[in-house]
Design a protein around this ligand. Sequence first.
Ligand code: ADP
Ligand code: ADP
Length: 222
Amino acid sequence: MRIVLLGAPGAGKGTQCKRIAGRYGLAHLSSGDILRAERAAGSELGGKARQFMDSGALVPDELIVEMMAAAINKAGRNGFVLDGFPRTVNQAVELDKYMAGDGLKIDAVLNLVIDDEMIAARMTGRRSCPKCGAVYHIENLKPKVDGICDNDGTGLIQRPDDTLEVVKKRLETYHRQTEPVVDYYRKSIAVYDINASEDVEKVSSLILEKLGAFVSSAKREP
Ligand code: ADP
Ligand code: ADP
């Protein structure tokens, strides 16, 4: 199964993708996580991406498409869930072309729907583990010990782009450049809108319900 999870920054894409990937044995391919790893490694790509990420703008399409094509290739043929990519219609078109080259396509799209006010609270309260990438929230999803990762005991950090000022810019970028990707997909494949303002467990069950129905209907096709 090859799935795309769309939604505003802070909608819960990463949190839900980890669960979907675990449930269906898919690779979780997060463009944001890959970019942050490139930056931490001091690579040329990481250096080029830095100024865009820190200001809340998008990294240029050609860099992202090449990076994600490599990640998809590396993930092999067991299927994947894409998190944070594609973020422009051009990226979606290039992804379709790349996959068609291997006789593949995106099977379904999940669209996390949530309003901007709730997003701001989620993002400014987000804390992440710089070592394993686990994501927490200071009120909604607390670690067992304040400020410490449950998995490996590392001190949690706040992402530099999760300040109110940059979040505002990222939301503008989302509405202008990423929302049109939902309509692009609606023209050709199944898009499931999910109410992402519910709590984490409820959102997971809404997603798994939709995916379960999708998998059963795909099996019935000749
Ligand atoms: P969030 O999880 O809050 O949606 P991400 O971690 O996905 O944020 O992305 C962080 C930043 O990395 C974005 O603001 C953007 O600068 C860059 N980025 C991530 N994915 C893409 C993409 N597909 N295209 C362009 N830029 C991207
Ligand atoms: P995205 O990948 O879309 O940017 P995240 O999965 O990183 O979003 O979630 C953003 C923040 O909101 C994190 O701190 C996360 O713990 C929290 N969060 C995620 N889903 C929910 C939810 N359904 N209810 C409340 N908080 C949530």
